[in-house]
Design a protein. Structure first.
Ligand SMILES: Cc1ncc(COP(=O)(O)O)c(C=O)c1O
Length: 399
């Protein structure tokens, strides 16, 4: 024994379990068996050509050096322009915009810049696991808001009010949402903004899936409600919207007083975002948005396939996703019958049936009883994967 004890802030954090599931699936694939991947939360589309061309050009022009820590001014200005276009709100690129290494870094840096030792962070659970991890890193106390299927996985002002204490410092919203596919209605966002004003906490709104909307749903942000960044942080980026996960580029829009702290953190962590990716992102914002609309159309069709196929299965429940590219499926009846938890069930499905989902507990403690389906893959894969799920439920329940 070397006597090593991990510091509490790190020991409490678990790495994103989606990557662990992927590893199990890859191990099975190595034996020559096919696995249908419905666990991965990343677009299967290629990055649009004009974005790749801009990156090549940047490379050929030798834009291969460090950039300013908060990103190249052209990109920060373009982000501010896009906010004016999309939200009708004027922000100051020099005072409010930080370009980051993916949305992940934007979440971490802005949480660290706001939350002090012992302060509370309320976040959706099941939800994207980074919010809880960031709260731990900050030495804060993570306070999960339980999203319930019975409530359509909504985070409501009334539900939130029950969790607010004098120590509440930050409330995280995510709409459209991973993993439930919920889009927050305007009334809920407005109600939560009112609570923030009454109690003085910050809101971090993760809007990385904002254009991916179905059935005419509208994205309503706290920025629409407030029209300014007073105690408001918006996290967004290029990974999902432009199919650019590997480019690692995101941004945070933060209140003026926070930016110097975010600057320090980003400088210490990475010095600056990737130079080539920034020129690619510039082309993404300046260029045609048609590729984005085409991808959204395909996600919509795939969502319809998910709903059609899931509706045929017995002993499961789900809420029709209105945005993002996930459906969260309640399989608790099946798990109870089989006497396994969601993680064991997912492993069984990969190893015995060749289909991979994400277990709900990868998305927080309240995810037990659920599995997440990602529909960022072909309609054929989705159809086949869900049919295999049905077959597995039937066979396993009998045995
Ligand atoms: C809700 C949410 N926010 C942020 C991210 C991370 O985005 P990025 O790849 O830009 O770091 C993800 C990735 O799955 C996500 O689902």
């Amino acid at each position: 024994m070397c006597g090593y004890e991990a510091p509490r802030r790190i020991a409490n954090v678990s790495a994103e379990a989606a990557f662990a599931v992927l590893k199990i699936a890859k191990n099975v694939e190595r034996t020559g068996k096919r696995v249908i991947h419905l666990e991965i939360g990343e677009p299967d589309f290629d990055t649009p050509k004009h974005i790749k061309d801009a990156a090549m050009e940047a490379l050929n022009k030798n834009f291969t050096h460090y950039t300013p820590t908060l990103g190249i001014p052209e990109l920060r200005k373009e982000i501010a322009e896009s906010i004016k276009r999309d939200y009708g709100v004027e922000i100051d690129w020099e005072k409010n915009v930080a370009v980051t290494t993916g949305c992940k870094q934007a979440i971490l840096a802005s949480t660290l810049a706001v939350v002090d030792e012992g302060e509370e962070v309320i976040y959706p659970n099941p939800g994207y696991p980074e919010y809880e991890a960031a709260a731990y890193f900050a030495g804060g106390k993570p306070v999960p808001y339980r999203l319930r299927l019975e409530d359509g996985f909504r985070m409501t002002p009334e539900g939130l009010a029950e969790l607010i204490t004098a120590k509440t410092k930050l409330v995280v919203l995510n709409s459209p949402n991973n993993p439930c596919g919920v889009v927050m209605p305007e009334e809920d966002v407005k109600g939560i903004v009112d609570l923030a004003e009454d109690h003085g906490f910050y809101i971090l709104s993760d809007e990385v899936y904002r254009p991916i909307l179905f059935d005419g749903s509208k994205h309503y942000s706290p920025l629409h409600a407030k029209k300014n960044l007073d105690k408001l942080i918006i996290v967004d980026g290029f990974s999902k919207r432009y199919a650019m996960t590997g480019w690692r580029l995101g941004y945070a829009l933060v209140p003026e007083e926070i930016l110097p702290q975010v600057f320090k953190l980003l400088n210490v962590m990475t010095s600056c975002p990737n130079s080539i990716s920034q020129y690619a992102a510039l082309a993404a914002l300046r260029g045609s948005q048609e590729p984005v609309m085409n991808m959204v159309k395909q996600y919509w069709r795939r969502r319809d396939v998910v709903v059609e196929e899931l509706s045929k299965l017995e002993n499961i429940r789900f809420v029709r996703p209105k945005g993002a590219f996930y459906a969260l499926v309640d399989v608790s009846k099946v798990l109870n019958k089989l006497k396994v938890n969601s993680e064991e069930f997912v492993k069984m499905l990969i190893e015995k049936y060749g289909v991979a989902f994400l277990h709900g507990t990868a998305l927080g403690s309240y995810g037990e009883g659920f599995i997440r389906i990602s529909f960022a893959t072909s309609e054929e894969n989705i159809r086949e994967g869900i049919r295999i799920l049905g077959k597995a439920i039937e066979e396993l329940s009998k045995s």
